[in-house]
Design a protein around this ligand. Sequence first.
Ligand SMILES: *Cc1c(COP(=O)(O)O)cnc(C)c1O
Length: 383
Amino acid sequence: MTSTTELGTSGSSAILSQDIEEIASLFTVTPTDSPTPDDERVAKLDSPKFGTVFSDHMARISWRRDDGWIHRRVEKYGPLQLDPATAVLHYGQEVFEGMKAYRHADGTVWTFRPEENAARLSRSAHRLALPALPVDDFIAACAVLVRTDIAWVPDAPDSSLYLRPFMFASEPFLGVRPADEVEFLVIASPSGAYFSGGVKPVSIWVDAEYHRAGPGGTGAAKCGGNYAASLLPQSEAATKGFDQVCFLDGGSNTYLEELGGMNVFLVMADGSVHTPELTGSILEGVTRSSILRLAADHGRDVVERRIPLTELVDGLRNGQVSEVFACGTAAVVTPVGRLAGETFDATVGTGEPGDLTMTIRRELTDIQYGRAADRHGWMRRLA
Ligand SMILES: *Cc1c(COP(=O)(O)O)cnc(C)c1O
């Protein structure tokens, strides 16, 4: 892995690896002709609604089948002009990522395990017949954008600059085949604390009617289409009064998979920590893998396996399951207070956030915000 931090390396101004800094230097930065005035930006950074405010610039790399990745640049944030025949609008050939840039107390800006997001983007791209983007290009694009829009990285508690890298088929062509023209972009959206009034447990509807993914499908890819498939189940669950949906496996409708955009964990009364194993239809979360590590650090047994819904329901009733939480980059760790489906309705523990849930949440955010030692070498300094 080339992207080791070089903090403290005397004589080097590089804060990412030399390889990434070299790629970063290939980006042409064209500053916007209409930067957001300082007072307006400060107002926008004050508790923005998630995904509604964007920084002044975006990073962009184009791909042509004959040329590979070309034209690395950072330019003014703004609308894309697309031909109505653009392939992504018809066949959904698109993948994306979600990461955060965190401002530490000393003003430096860091991100969390970006190599994992970069590698996952290329795995997702492979499934969607899109080109792989080198890890160094991915991290360099994020770094150059964050450096250009450094003033957009908020410093309020639990706030961050959310980064949304994405890649789509930009070729205007209605034939059904992988596109020969692709765009990769990174946009940045300042985001406030996910739980503004303190961490609050969510309620989950376990859906036995719809699936977000099936065997051999695109469940393990982070693609827009999976989200499109989860919107109707999500809104039907909301109508029933639930915050989120948990999907079961599409093959047998028996085992827990995940939420529309978060992985799920159980903490058992014996202290062990369980999460559905990656069967090919579950998205491999970076938060999930980090939590498996942190739980193991606590000396907990961590188990990745198939978890039948019936076992969860029985466990909630007889006390063998003591905590349930969901996890992902945006919300980090979200306690689950209630789970229900067609045939059951159960409170998790007392309905309040569990102890391990909150401990893991704190440990992870302490590492991300630089309040605790980065003992696993997960943080990369961007600026
Ligand atoms: C992004 C995502 C997650 C969480 O992944 P992180 O890397 O932890 O943010 C979980 N499930 C789905 C379906 C996702 O798209």
